[in-house]
Design a protein around this ligand. Structure first.
Ligand code: 9WN
Length: 445
């Protein structure tokens, strides 16, 4: 696909999208962010390797540099813990401690037993998008050897999440920190976080790095950041153990996006299993079980979307956030629930155009167009939603969303996130997953 594509006629400024320019820009961002054996999300704000970023990045990279796509996943899984968890950050030993907080000294994770001694990681996880990534890279650049190397590791990752993290006992994975969701500052966590003290004095001991390299009003508040640090320190001080989480830890929450991605990973693993000669059956069964449990436990018929469930209090959050739409990616979702999510996504609360879906309900009184996951548009969740629409037969909506994303990035650049009222780029520029997913979208005309 080359040349100029006419953007949706309801595009903000009715500008045609310059596809060649967009492709060149995206490729150049990915060239600039490659660090030898992995991609950084951003040179300035995020100078290490992040887990779910690596998955999104490798999906796009597969179209232009498949060796790097496979390499990125391999680097990440080389840092997998013996218990199967895939850490949310793998630290680059060449980057100084002061260039990202909280860095390796804060997390204080000992070297991996039997692993390379220079590898330092965090002890928390992020959504498991990697099986999907492996399946998608293989579709573009087949490499059965890489798949065979990854398959047992991807299975171990799922087992960790579905066994060790099943704190609620219902068969869903719990997260122990908002950072594990990837949607860090989402209003989804407000109720659960409100039960924790916000002792900002903790920030006297530590220096926030994010507000030095980004605009403070676009980042989490000090009160939220203090809670993040306290929660991470509590999990660390419990030795990153997952038993008795409800007694030992202040934040244990089931997220609909995290669990939808976990079920989606089982479906990708079923396909990978067939390629590597393993049994796809158990993966399909697990995907169906997770989907059903999510419908029973996280779907609210009154709002028509999914919500996070606080395992400690037994309460569902009332906030309408983009993670509540994400189960649309699951093909096994009952048709009427898929229809409800599709209607909600297209409603005035979210909306597919002229700008893609924001991270939070536009009509909520605390909708914030600038602050991190509390309003802005993010490309990765819209890319997932587009897949969901497509998978459930909503071809027009899928195409509308694709156009809206391409038009936005063409106009504003490969930013980390975007103002949902003006489309202006915010957060860090030259952000890897925005660039990578644009490359994938360009292949999906
Ligand atoms: C903490 C790297 C990551 C993304 C997350 C995003 C942000 C980190 C931060 O950046 O989180 O993990 O420092 O704020 O919320 O989704 O993986 O791009």
């Amino acid at each position: 696909m080359r040349g100029v594509e006419q953007a949706s006629t309801e595009d903000h400024d009715h500008q045609p999208i310059d596809l060649d320019r967009l492709r060149r820009t995206a490729e150049s961002v990915l060239r600039g962010n490659w660090s030898g054996d992995h991609m950084v999300p951003s040179r300035t704000l995020y100078p290490h390797q992040w887990s779910w970023d690596a998955a999104f990045i490798s999906i796009g990279l597969a179209h232009v540099a498949p060796d790097r796509a496979w390499r990125d996943l391999r680097s990440l899984f080389t840092a997998q813990w013996p218990d199967g968890r895939v850490p949310h950050i793998v630290f680059d030993p060449g980057v100084s401690e002061k260039d990202y907080f909280p860095g390796p000294a804060f997390w204080d994770v000992p070297p991996l037993p039997g692993g390379p001694s220079h590898i330092r990681t965090t002890g928390i996880v992020q959504p498991p998008v990697h099986a999907l990534a492996a399946r998608m890279i293989h579709a573009v650049a087949p490499d059965a050897e890489e798949l065979r190397w990854l398959y047992p590791r991807l299975v171990a990752q799922q087992e960790y999440l579905l066994k060790q993290r099943d704190a609620g006992g219902a068969g869903l994975a719990s997260i122990v920190h908002p950072w594990e969701s990837g949607l860090d500052n989402s209003p989804s966590w407000d109720d659960a976080l409100a039960q924790l003290p916000a002792d900002v004095r903790v920030l006297d001991r530590y220096q926030r790095r994010d507000v030095q390299v980004s605009v403070a009003t676009h980042r989490p508040t000090n009160a939220d950041y203090a809670r993040y640090i306290a929660l991470a320190a509590s999990y660390r001080d419990n030795g990153y153990q997952d038993f008795d989480l409800l007694d030992r830890h202040g934040f244990v929450v089931e997220c609909p996006a995290f669990n939808a991605l976990t079920a989606d990973a089982e479906l990708a693993l079923a396909e990978i299993a067939q390629i590597v000669g393993a049994d796809p059956g158990p993966h399909r069964e697990r995907a169906a079980e997770i989907t059903q449990t999510m419908v029973e436990r996280l779907f609210d018929p009154e709002t028509g979307l999914f919500h996070t469930f606080d395992v400690r209090t037994g309460r569902r959050s009332k906030a309408r956030c983009v993670n509540g739409l994400m189960p649309l990616i699951l093909p096994g979702l009952p048709t009427e629930i898929a229809a409800s999510l599709a209607a909600e996504a297209a409603s005035e609360r979210f909306g597919l155009r002229p700008l893609p879906v924001p991270s939070y309900d536009r009509t909520a009184p605390d909708f914030d167009p600038l602050r991190y996951w509390r309003g802005p548009v993010w490309i990765n969740v819209n890319w997932l939603l587009r897949r969901g629409f497509d998978g459930h037969g909503y071809a027009a909506e899928a195409e509308t969303l694709r156009q809206a994303m391409l038009s936005l990035v063409d106009r504003s650049g490969c930013f980390e996130y975007f103002d949902p009222t003006t489309g202006a780029g915010i957060g860090t520029p030259e952000f890897s997953w925005t660039a990578a997913l644009v490359l994938d979208l360009l292949e999906r005309a």
